[in-house]
Design a protein around this ligand. Sequence first.
Ligand code: COA
Length: 383
Amino acid sequence: MSTVGIDAIRFYTPAFAIRLPDLARARGVDPDKYTIGLGQEVMSIMPPDEDIVTMAAHAALPLITDETKEKIHLLLFATESGVDNSKAAGLWVHNLLHLHPSCRVVELKQACYSATCALQLAHSYLHHHPNEKVLLIASDNARYGLHTAGEPTQGCGAVAMILSASPKLLALEEHQGVVADHVMDFWRPTYRTEAVVDGKYSTKVYLNTLQSCWKSYEQASGRRFEDHARFCYHIPFTRMAEKAHERLSKAASIPFNQEQIEHELIYSRQIGNAYTASLYIGLASLLELDALDLSDKRIGFFSYGSGCVGEFFSGVVPEGYREHLGLSFHKKILDRRATLTIPEYEEFFTYTLKEDGSAQTTPNVSAGPFRLTGVSNHERLYG
Ligand code: COA
């Protein structure tokens, strides 16, 4: 069988952010609770003229060349912040990026997990179509609401990955541990723009699901904790990933080693939660910022989507991976952000599109090549 996996990865986050100590002071909370207790420093903020489509197009743009355009015949769009109940958000991206007309385009949903399901589906697809490439995009806007316990764990971002049968960044391995269970820890009814969440319960379910997934992965693969050089966990906030690693280390009777996860967490501390994209922003962070040469090293991944589905899987980093990373692109994306005051953030957060579909023009605040310019006759307009 050919090797299949991730060939290229780029993420994007909007040009606005708030500092969590500013939010803490505005909410009458000790800033250490957000920076130490939750492990978050900066949170990206979605402006009125961006959404999951513009973020996705911005993330994918640097990966689209004449060669990839010719070879992409499958676009998988993972999100839990859908903008339409029928049309896949990926179709707007397909149009904005002028992708090949012969292309399957679908949207996948299962809270923060669906990008991992897309990755495994693409894995099988590429075994049968080894000369093609797959474009996988995960894009989300994490919204819990102003003045809620979840507010400091919001954020937004998109990640785009080219998957192929000759991957330059990560070769996926056989054997995964998957668990599905009907739990109500976090969900968002179609009539709401913010999630309903039992936050503390969700952290417990996350950790229990991790342990069950690991057990079944360990049994299926025969791999032990020590066979993995690094671990990437889903990152709703970075302390959660640390707790996950503490739990797994304890279960394996191995002393907790922060070095095994530290570099996965660096970008997320500066962005916040990006739901489906978080785990893969973590992978970009690890590959780009870890001083250890990860060539031929195995990484263990835990993907978690409330509701819930969890999956533990693994991949091996090919030699020469450092030549294919997006470090300078990502540095520019993070450094260009303007810091909003808390009232400015609240104004962005409460901006809404009219629900009667009548004509509306969004304020022109984003400088990027793709903007949500407005709505006309129920149709979202991009420019
Ligand atoms: N200095 C340092 N740490 C502090 C602190 C201070 N002054 N005050 C509180 N903390 C710590 C707490 O001890 C706690 O850490 P611990 O869990 O390691 O004990 C942490 O900060 C959070 O505080 P806590 O009061 O327990 O929780 P909360 O009511 O603020 O809610 C979440 C935290 C994560 C439950 C909430 O943000 C949430 O609902 N988020 C959305 C759901 C989510 O992300 N779920 C994850 C699984 S998908």
